[in-house]
Design a protein around this ligand. Structure first.
Ligand SMILES: [Fe+2]
Length: 278
């Protein structure tokens, strides 16, 4: 296996005791340790946040919990740079564009998702509002929205608007079923994915990693796309740089068996944590 330098993840759920994060601080640190062992040293953890709760006790509780996690991680895992953002659910409530703590980084990117994993009636409307407000939306898992398989023009239309698209790692090997896998792989083949995130959930257990996506892409002969999708573009979002165009990276689907396991080798932390739970 090739050494994986400076990988990064901007979509995961780790904050203990809230959202779908870890049960305990100790568990969250174990996950972060596993990230670091896989070469993932820049991590933005992104608890779900409905837009209507942008100013709420729930959000303040998430921030408190994250602060404690960050303090513990700094002691135990100094090599991991950890930050907090949110996976903002677009529920019709307006977002304050000046609310910097919602941003993924200084470039004003915000990670957003549509409600209920369903494509809305007007999938461009709320994204346009964010762009007009001076924010740069990064749409989480575009391949997973119900209905996307019937209208595969949306990814390219969103990108033309200026929206960045962040595919889930697990979609590449069928972790969410056949349609998201086909849509995600089609996007990669056309160079329409800007980023890959893990969407790691500590609860319920979902342990896909961006390292596995990086391995899969490199093994398939796409090292440049791998480095951009899982490292360089992710860091550009988190640290305020420019994103680069990702070259087309077609993946062979013939070997997939639909089991959800895929063909990529599971990384060290998968073996460490086991397939059945923590
Ligand atoms: Fe998520």
């Amino acid at each position: 296996m090739t050494d994986a330098p400076r990988l990064a993840d901007l979509h995961c759920h780790l904050v203990p005791g809230v959202d779908d994060g870890a049960e305990t601080f100790r568990d969250a640190l174990v996950w972060l340790e596993a990230f670091a062992e896989d070469g993932i040293t820049r991590v933005a953890t992104t608890p779900h946040l409905p837009a209507r709760l942008a100013d709420s006790d729930y959000r303040r509780r998430v921030v408190d919990r994250f602060s404690e996690l960050a303090a513990r991680a700094e002691d135990r895992l100094p090599s991991v740079e950890l930050s907090l953002a949110f996976e903002i659910r677009l529920d019709g409530a307006p977002l304050d564009p000046a609310d910097e703590a919602l941003w993924l980084g200084p470039g004003r990117h915000v990670l957003v998702e549509f409600q209920g994993l369903v494509l809305p009636a007007e999938p461009q409307r709320e994204l346009s509002s964010l762009l007009e407000a001076g924010l740069h939306p990064v749409l989480a898992h575009p391949e997973r929205y119900q209905g996307i398989g019937h209208d595969r023009a949306w990814p390219s239309l969103w990108r033309e608007m200026g929206v960045r698209l962040c595919v889930n790692a697990g979609s590449l090997w069928g972790a969410y079923g056949r349609e998201p896998q086909e849509v995600a792989r089609g996007m990669l083949a056309r160079g329409e994915a800007d980023l890959v995130g893990s969407d790691h959930h500590a609860r319920p257990h979902r342990s896909d990693t961006v390292r596995e996506a990086w391995d899969l892409l490199r093994d398939a002969g796409h090292p440049e796309a791998a480095d951009l999708l899982v490292g360089e573009n992710t860091r550009a979002v988190l640290d305020g740089g420019e994103l680069a165009a990702v070259p087309p990276a077609p993946l062979d689907t013939a070997e997939e068996d639909g089991s959800g396991v895929g063909t990529t080798g599971r990384s060290s932390w998968w073996r460490f944590l086991g397939a059945g739970g923590r």
